[in-house]
Ligand binder design. Structure first.
Ligand code: GAP
Length: 430
């Protein structure tokens, strides 16, 4: 994990937030390469969950919502971690991380009893301070999709089974943020609320099972190593109170197995609570049967930052002579790097710059003319660029270039006028 954290900083993927002031716990900045990777993670999900389906529509709801939303959803009452404080060193710990009577930091037996600690960030809306202006930063995007359910299905003219998808920031005052971006206080989630008719009996459980299979397959299709993924199905007392069934997709992180994505069958819990709390009808009226009903909900939810971290860990390989990130080409921050072999021959530099500009509208490119070619390959391997194109002396006469494959290091001469059609299928299919 230390190697990955160091690489992420050195190459511009992820920096500590506000580092010049000593940083802030649980918040991270994405650098020039990281921001491209993050966009690609979001876009891979959005394309597969929304664009390539005809039964899912998108939503971008607000971060600040009416405080009653969190009362109805149960977050005010239940979104807690149990924590203990040390009276001597003043450090705070999650109760489930404490094994004995002594403080893990200072060793004194001066721990408080566990206390419930709500993880929502509270702030004020408007100029007046007081209980009536208190609002919360959302800890998930899901509630926006429930409270807008009726507006969405009416405006999109959708009928269950259909889904609403959303990507956006979420905030949780985690007691122990850590393991790099794995547990942050500010992060982004990608959530799908998939609404299913409650009849026939069992149909929603079949949908749930289908989503578990589909979501698992998604990770594999993006090149994840199968032996580092597993499913963990919850049962009995381990299920959240609102859930009829839940499966986590877990990843084998450097610090052990941990959650990557959760797929939950939430039944009618959320819609029913919002109906009760708001007094508004959120049921779906089925024209065919002339019946109103509350659909059941299947929710696949994952963190963008956590997904990015997993893609980074999974792609990372240290070979004897280089470090390489074997990103799936859909995720790679840059698809192609273009180099002039030398900097002091203007015809070569201009030809390389022209090739890079020509490819730019079709794929994410980067131009690099600093240091020798070996160093440039090294740099691109470390940020996971699948292809490097080098323009050399022969290129001037033969109108071709060397294309080097990141994973095999194999090199091939490709004519310049065929270069785009050579690269496009490779960076799309992976
Ligand atoms: N609406 C469902 C929900 O919020 P969750 O399991 O609490 O479910 C969804 O969160 C996903 O968000 C998790 O599977 C994980 O990928 C990510 N996530 C949760 N807490 C996080 C945190 N503190 N930092 C980074 N990612 C987090």
């Amino acid at each position: 994990m230390e190697e990955i954290t160091a690489l992420a900083k050195r190459r511009g993927f992820i920096f500590p937030s506000s580092e010049i002031y000593g940083g802030v716990n649980g918040a991270w900045d994405y650098g020039p390469v990281g921001v491209e990777l993050k966009r690609n993670v979001r876009e891979a999900w959005w394309r597969d969950i929304v664009e390539l389906r005809d039964d899912v529509v998108g939503l971008d709801s607000s971060i600040l919502m009416h405080p009653d939303v969190w009362r109805a959803s149960g977050h005010l009452e239940n979104f807690h971690d149990q924590m203990v404080d040390c009276r001597t060193c003043k450090k705070r710990f999650r109760a489930d991380h404490i094994t004995g009577p002594n403080c893990p930091a200072c060793g004194n037996a001066t721990l408080t009893e566990p206390r419930a600690f709500n993880m929502m960030f509270k702030t004020q809306s408007g100029a007046l301070e007081g209980a009536s202006s208190e609002v919360y930063l959302r800890p998930e995007t899901a509630q926006g999709m429930f409270v807008d359910f009726r507006l969405v299905y009416q405006t999109a003219r959708k009928k269950p089974p259909f889904g609403i998808a959303q990507i956006g920031k979420a905030f949780r005052n985690e007691i122990t943020p850590g393991n790099f971006t794995f547990r942050s206080r500010e992060f982004e989630v990608m959530e799908l609320e998939y609404f299913v008719p409650s009849r026939p009996e069992g149909a929603s459980l079949e949908r749930y099972a289908q989503w578990v299979r589909d979501r698992y397959a998604w990770w594999l299709a993006l090149g994840m190593q199968p032996e580092r993924l597993r499913k963990h199905e919850y049962s009995g007392a381990d299920l959240a109170h609102y859930s009829r069934a839940t499966t986590d997709i877990e990843y084998d992180y450097p610090f052990g197995w941990g959650e990557l994505e959760g797929i939950a069958h939430r039944g009618t819990f959320d819609l029913a609570h919002h109906v009760e709390a708001s007094g508004k009808d959120l049921s779906f009226f089925d024209e065919a049967t002339k019946e109103s009903y509350l659909p059941e909900v299947i929710e696949p939810a994952l963190g963008v930052d956590r997904a990015l971290l997993v893609f980074l860990i999974d792609a990372y390989e240290r070979e004897t002579d280089r470090t390489v990130l074997h990103f799936h080409p859909r995720l790679a921050p840059y698809k192609v790097a273009v180099f002039p072999l030398v900097r002091n021959k203007s015809e070569i530099v201009e030809l390389a710059a022209g090739i890079e500009r020509g490819l730019r509208p079709a794929m994410r490119t980067v131009f690099d003319d600093s240091g020798n070619v070996g160093k440039r390959y090294y740099r691109q391997d470390e940020i996971g660029t699948p292809y490097c194109v080098t323009v050399d002396y022969e290129s001037l006469g033969q109108a071709d270039v060397t294309v080097r494959d990141r994973d095999t290091k194999a090199q091939e001469r490709v004519s310049i006028d065929r270069l785009k059609e050579y690269l496009l299928p490779r960076i799309r299919a992976g």
